[in-house]
Design a protein around this ligand. Sequence first.
Ligand code: PHE
Length: 346
Amino acid sequence: MIEKLNSIKEEALNEIQDVNDETSINNFKSKFLGKKSAFSDVMSGMKDLSAEEKKNVGMVSNEVRSFIQDLIDKKADSIKKEGLNKKLEKDKIDVTLPSKKRRAGTKHPLTQVREEIEDLFISMGYDVVSGPEVDSDENCFEKLNLPKSHPARDAQDSFYITDDMLLRPHTSSMQVRYMTSMEEKHAFKMICPGKTYRRDDDDATHSHQFSQVEGLVVGENISLSDLKGTLECFAKRMFGTGREIRFRASFFPFTEPSYEVDVSCFNCDKKGCNICKHTGWIEILGCGMVHPNVLENCGFDHTKYQGFAFGAGIERIASLKYGVTNMRDYFTNDYRFLKNFDRKEI
Ligand code: PHE
């Protein structure tokens, strides 16, 4: 029996060499120590032995069992380690590889243009303010010298929420808010960019929602030449230093005199092209000297103070600057359009 045990030990020692994964280790275990193993046969034969023989065989069998168990444990351990090493080898991170460039979104073109306008006016000492998009009839029209009979007050042009409240049709309502909220009246310069709403049928050049930037300067001895100088600076900053502006007489109830301002076409330099509809000029905003009634309505003494105001469409400026021909592109969130305004990562 002892010989048998020793040959089992020998055999196990030989066979363990071929064991190299989890399945074969399980097979090995059941072959050498399992219920149907040669080892287990020896154990069941022990009951027929004399006490002395039992003792000897018992000792050897214990030794052989723990020898085999030891082989199994060591092998299992090395298989595990080997697996881990292989995994580490495979998952190795090469820290010297260049990283994948992640695209980090970008500001919407209208935001970029608005911020550019803000930067310019901040550099000239203007306050930048914002206010509610739903405002009263009084702020949007009444105090701006727009009489009740004025067609702009027609429900067909504006979105009324109640009889007295509406989505502001222009940022000029902020002229009123700014001036009336000032406790002690004094000279100031402000711009107010923001969203505005009108009942328009949406097409390539119209949208029921758009944005404007309002400008208002009030002080003593403010004249039309201040307005001209300011707008010239604005046009050159937005469209290039070679640009000229021209004033065309116009009408707004809240300014007197009133003008529409054109900028010389940046595409053809006044020669005439598709962009300027062959006139050499492109209209960019409305403006004028603040009407004395507006100053008085907002608590300013018009014999002491004068001012100028202007209102420009941000979509229009952005479109002229970037050659955008369909206004809807600003609102449909199409990545193919938006990516053109991405600041390149270098
Ligand atoms: N509010 C006018 C518009 O929306 C623009 C404007 C603003 C004109 C300020 C003159 C002065 O058309």
